[in-house]
Design a protein around this ligand. Structure first.
Ligand SMILES: CC(C)(COP(=O)(O)OP(=O)(O)OC[C@H]1O[C@@H](n2cnc3c(N)ncnc32)[C@H](O)[C@@H]1OP(=O)(O)O)[C@@H](O)C(=O)NCCC(=O)NCCS
Length: 151
């Protein structure tokens, strides 16, 4: 499925840092215990993953605006997706589906056989979105241990 007119998907560059963090804030993805700047710095050390940004080109001004982002990773066994976000005014236009299909193609290309991803329990919108894309709820429990505190 081609990316719709006026939208493009590019690799993250430093110039997108501030708008990407603003996007995460607008989408309700930031938490006090996750420093978004540090999360971006850490992602940039990942040599086996991708960090993609979706841009919208305003046809009147020809200016590009960051309207989406996603981190994809592959640990040699499973793929992971983090920080998928589409700005509220562009939601519902197929952008999230496009970014996910971009990540899936990227991970398949790396030889990644399966994606595991987390959705916060109260995020019904994201659960419905992923189910619509063919993701199924798994029965495994997710365990975590914080190694480096951000707050
Ligand atoms: C979740 C999110 C990325 C979806 O992006 P989007 O661009 O709005 O989604 P799309 O327009 O590509 O929708 C793709 C499909 O999912 C469905 N969908 C999207 N949001 C939905 C919702 N709230 N309820 C039910 N279905 C939904 C659409 O109907 C569409 O199906 P269709 O193609 O058959 O019509 C976006 O809503 C978002 O950024 N949310 C806030 C941040 C967030 O929660 N991120 C996920 C973290 S786990």
């Amino acid at each position: 499925m081609p990316v719709p007119k006026n939208y493009s998907i590019v690799e993250f560059q430093e110039q997108y840092r501030k708008p990407v963090i603003a996007l995460w804030q607008a989408c309700g993805l930031t938490r006090a215990w996750n420093d978004p700047d540090k999360d971006i710095d850490r992602k940039l050390t990942d040599r086996n993953g991708g960090f993609f940004v979706m841009l919208f080109r305003d046809p009147a001004t020809e200016n590009d605006t960051v309207i989406g982002s996603v981190m994809a990773g592959y640990d040699g066994h499973r793929g992971a997706i983090y920080y998928l976000s589409i700005s509220p005014e562009h939601q519902g236009s197929g952008c999230g589906r496009q970014l996910m299909s971009h990540c899936e193609a990227y991970l398949i290309d790396l030889g990644c056989p399966k994606i595991n991803l987390f959705v916060r329990k109260d995020n019904e919108q994201a659960s419905a979105f992923y189910e619509g894309l063919g993701y199924t709820l798994e029965t495994s429990l997710a365990f975590g241990k914080r190694l480096i505190p951000d707050d």
